[in-house]
Each structure stands twice: as C-alpha cells, then as structure tokens.
Design a protein around this ligand. Sequence first.
Ligand code: KIV
Length: 271
Amino acid sequence: MSVHKNVKKVTTHTLQEMKNAGEKISMLTGYDFSMARIIDEAGIDIILVGDSASNVMAGHETTLPITLDQMIYHASSVVRAVNRALVVVDMPFGSYQGNSKEALSSAIKIMKESGGHSVKMEGGIEIIESIKRILTAGIPVMGHLGLTPQSIYKFGTYVVRAKEEGEAHQLIEDAKALEAAGCFAIVLEKIPAQLAELVAKTVSIPIIGIGAGNGVDGQVLVVHDMLGINNEFSPRFLRKYNNLYEQMMGSFQAYIKDVKSGDFPNEKEQY
Ligand code: KIV
C-alpha cells in the first residue's frame, strides 16, 4: 500500500485521539531520506529522528557524541521525505541540560533548520523547567523516561530500569510531571511491563514503549534493529522483521563476484 501526497497528516492531536480511541500508535526511527520515505509510505504514525543515529549511522558506542548540527542534518533529510508521519527530533546530549534558555535556543534551532514537527528530551522533574520553556514557544515536546541512554555513564549499564520500588515510584511521578507540564507523549524505555501499563493508565497522554511490554499506547523500535541490519544486537524486546544483514551481504558478495568475473555489466547493461 502506498500513501499519497494529500494524506491526512499525523499531528500531536491525532495521537491523543488514537489513545482515547484505544488505537495503537506505531513509531520507528529514521535518519535519512530514502529510508524515511519507505517508512512514511508504509503508513507509520511517528518517525523519530533518534540520537541513536550516533550509534547506527556514525558508529559511536553511545549517543553522547552526536551534535545539534548533526541531528539537524539527519532530521532535515527525514523531513524532506515525509508526507504523513509526525517527525519527532531528539535533542542531543548537551543541548538542553545546562539551562532552560539554552534548551529553548537548541529546540528553536532544530525546528527552524530541520523543519521537524516536535522534539524529544530525556529526563523527568530535573529538566521540567527546560521543557516548560520550550512548550511556551509552541514547540511540542515528547518526554523519555526509564532507560535514558544519554545518562548511560550514570547508570553504568543498559539493563532494565525501575525494577525497584523507589525508582518505579519516581518514574510515575516524573510521568505525571511531564503530563502536567504539557508534553504530548512519553517514551518509556526498558522498564517492567506492569509498571509501563500502570503509567499508561495513570496519565492521559500517549505512552510509547520500547522494551516496556504491550500495555502501553504504542511501540517504537530502532529501524536498523527491526530490519536485522546489525546481526550482533538481539535484546529480548526486539522483534526482527527481516535479516537485512544476510540479504545485504549476499547482494554485495554477488556484485563483487560479477565484477571480478567480468559478468557485470553485460551487453544490455551498457550503451
Ligand atoms: O534515539 C532513539 O532511537 C530513541 C529510541 C530508542 C526511543 O530514543
């Protein structure tokens, strides 16, 4: 199925209506024009220009090194491809934690230079002032709680978060604070399914899970992971819809063989 140009665009309002109607929200990451075009035409609701670009596009071990300008480069490539989906752009590490004025100018730069439709920020009550200031400028904000990869050096590990009561309680309080501040949705990453379901029932804004079970309002995956491009990454929460590593490897090897043997190009493939 292909989605035509005059489709009804997904907005933050659409997402709220979907939650209210019990319709699940689909979200995938995207970082470049060609992939984003296919994802959008497939009918996805949200494309997240994730700072996971730092890992899957640039090969860094963490999401910390990616810069504001690099995020804007990825986001503007995605925006040029998209007709229907809501485009959410991650605010990179260091672009909003310092103070709320700096956070606002980073968010404005993203919106002006990429054409994205909203931003995502990791954290709860500790960044609420920055979230509020960005919202005051009319920029929609998606929250991100649970495993927040920009804090990996504080956590020390990528294991499941909020298994203990204290952290679970804090996460619920953070989700309430994000809703009260005016966030339009929250990503919950790698937390127990029961806790995620409780959060989705406690707050009225959409909750999008990754490794957070099925009791939430929608799901997000990193597109390279669900396509099986990285064959070394197989966490329990990941469902692989393809094995592109093997398929791409096969194609590249066949091409190399054809070039070496002189089989490519043949008479029909030349002028
Ligand atoms: O950067 C990213 O890809 C994300 C998702 C894991 C939600 O934040």
